[in-house]
Structure formats: structure tokens, C-alpha cells
Write a protein that binds this ligand. Structure first.
Ligand SMILES: [Mn+2]
Length: 312
């Protein structure tokens, strides 16, 4: 079984793995959960061999009792000792832009559109600054698609998880294996995107400018907090803090383009408070109990010493 992240990098990683090793059962956790629910755990633990792509699951150790575990990832993680293989350059202190570049290195996979889309999906316009940009550039030259079109493909693939369509996420792996044109022409994904773009733009427009950063308090049942935060940072060029108040939980997101910014102490802080939190150097997401979002945002602001502002 292949367990993969629900985003473009996770979908492209699963596609690469299938291309190398052949067909396998696909699984993605309940969307929004960066861990396995009891139900997910029981489904996953029935397989003999489990390959985890582009996810750092906190309960990975527990899976070793049930399955041979192989992990390929690029998120912040600590070594899972019981795994047959845990290949994550982060364990050696190296940041890789995508899981697809991890698979490329580990299996000597020839860089193609799958590797490129993983990079574009996870890094967006920052891809141009990476040493891996040459992979993306080559795909652009050979396909005739410009960067905007590659970005659109990642948005189309990501539209499924954002609208909470779990089966569609899995279906997208084989759709992507048909090629980039097949994704661009897929009617369902295009309908998804139109719906999402309207909602995301609405929230981005409601963000409050606090001078050195943006703050947004939003209410959406869709998985769009990370997109909204990225859009604020990438299009308006300032760090952003976003709180999303859902029916059953609050979500928190912070992102900055400042190269000196590191979320490590923030993640530590959130975990000490008993919340699920994770991310990369420039971004942190946390899931909070319902009604705790604003309080947490204020605590983070104090920790960062950005300004004396108080969200209310
Ligand atoms: Mn990734």
C-alpha cells in the first residue's frame, strides 16, 4: 500500500513510485489530519508493506508492528528507527523542496514532469530561486507549458483535497500518470477550481494589514487556510497569520518569506501546549480546539515580538 499526502507533491510522488515499482493500493489519510485516525490506522495496518510518501506521521513507529515500513519524505521529522527505510534528507539537516526530488535522488529517477510538479506544488514562485529550478525549466521547454500553466496544474490537482474529495485525490494519481494535458482538460477539476478561486479571493481580500504582516480571521469548512496564507505572502509580500474557525476546530497558519524566519520554536511552543502542529522552516500549521484560535495567535505574536498588536 502507498500512503501519500493529499497535495500535488504527494500525488506526484505516488505517481513516481507506481512508475518505478508498479501498481499498488493507494491511500490518503482523512484530509486535514496529519496523523492517522483509529479508522485510518486499522485500514493501513492491514497491509504487509506500507510506503509513506510526503508525510511525517507521528504514529509511524506503531505501524512497524503490522507492516514493513518505508518512508520517503522531506518534512521536519525525527528518525523512525523501526522502519525498513526512512529516507528523508531533513534527518541530515538538508531541506529538499519536494518529496518528488527525494524520490528522484533515492531511486535515480530521471527528472520529468512529475518531479517538476512536486517542486512547483510545494514551493510556488520560490521554485525559480532553487537549484532544482533547472528541472522545472527543462520540463517547461520540452512541454511548451509556461510556469503559469504548471502552477494551474498544481491548483487543479490540489482542488480535490481543498474541497474534501478524498476519492478524487486518489483518482488524481492515475489522471496525472496520463500526462499534464489530461489534468488541464479534466472538467471536474476545472469546476472545482472555479468554485475555490472565488472563495479564496474573498478571504484574501478580508485580511487586515498590520504594517509588517497580515492577519486574517476566516470561517470556512474547506481546506484552504494554507492556500489563503500562501496567497497573502506570495502576492502581497508580507508574513501572514491566519486563523480559520471551523465547525469542529480552529486552524492556525503562519508563513513568512523572510529567510531568517524559522518556525521551529513556534512548533515546539504549540506542541508543549498539547496541540498538533507541524510544517517547514518558513511555515507552520496547527490544529486547535474550537474557540482557541485567537488566543493562540496572540501567544504566537508575543513569542515573535513582531509588534504589540492584539487580535480580537
Ligand atoms: Mn511535499
Amino acid at each position: 500500500m502507498i500512503l501519500h499526502h493529499w497535495d500535488t507533491d504527494g500525488i506526484a510522488s505516488a505517481a513516481i513510485y507506481i512508475k518505478i515499482f508498479g501498481e499498488d493500493t493507494l491511500f490518503t489519510p482523512t484530509i486535514g489530519n496529519y496523523f492517522l485516525s483509529a479508522e485510518d490506522f486499522s485500514k493501513v495496518s492491514k497491509s504487509e508493506k506500507l510506503v509513506i510518501l510526503d508525510m511525517n506521521l507521528p504514529d509511524a513507529e506503531k505501524l512497524c508492528k503490522h507492516a514493513d515500513l518505508y518512508i520517503y519524505d522531506h518534512h521536519r521529522a525525527s528518525a523512525v528507527q523501526c522502519a525498513k527505510e526512512h529516507y528523508n534528507p531533513y534527518l541530515k539537516g538538508e531541506n529538499y523542496p519536494s518529496c518528488t526530488t527525494v524520490l528522484k535522488e533515492r531511486f535515480y529517477y530521471k527528472p520529468d514532469y512529475l518531479v517538476a510538479l512536486g517542486i512547483v506544488g510545494d514551493t510556488g514562485p520560490n521554485a525559480r530561486q532553487l537549484k532544482e529550478w533547472k528541472i522545472v525549466r527543462k520540463v517547461m521547454e520540452e512541454s511548451g507549458f509556461d510556469f503559469e500553466t504548471l502552477t494551474r496544474i498544481t491548483y487543479l490537482l490540489d482542488s480535490s483535497y481543498k474541497l474534501n474529495k478524498r476519492q478524487e485525490v486518489l483518482d488524481n494519481v492515475h489522471l496525472l500518470l496520463e500526462g499534464m494535458q489530461a489534468v488541464l482538460e479534466n472538467e471536474q477539476l476545472n469546476r472545482n477550481l472555479e468554485l475555490l478561486e472565488n472563495e479564496i479571493n474573498m478571504w484574501v481580500n478580508e485580511a487586515e494589514d498590520f504594517g509588517s504582516y497580515f492577519f486574517l480571521r476566516m470561517q470556512s469548512e474547506h481546506h484552504i487556510i494554507s492556500t489563503v496564507t500562501r496567497k497573502l505572502v506570495w502576492e502581497l509580500g508580507k508574513p501572514a497569520i491566519v486563523v480559520n474557525e471551523k465547525s469542529d476546530r480552529d486552524e492556525f497558519y503562519i508563513r513568512s518569506q523572510d529567510t531568517t524566519f524559522d518556525t521551529a520554536p513556534l512548533i515546539e511552543f504549540a506542541k508543549q501546549k498539547g496541540f498538533r502542529a507541524g510544517g517547514k522552516k518558513e511555515v507552520m500549521g496547527a490544529v486547535l480546539p474550537k474557540g482557541k484560535g485567537l488566543e493562540f495567535a496572540n501567544a504566537i505574536l508575543e513569542l515573535l515580538e513582531w509588534k504589540n498588536a492584539h487580535f480580537s
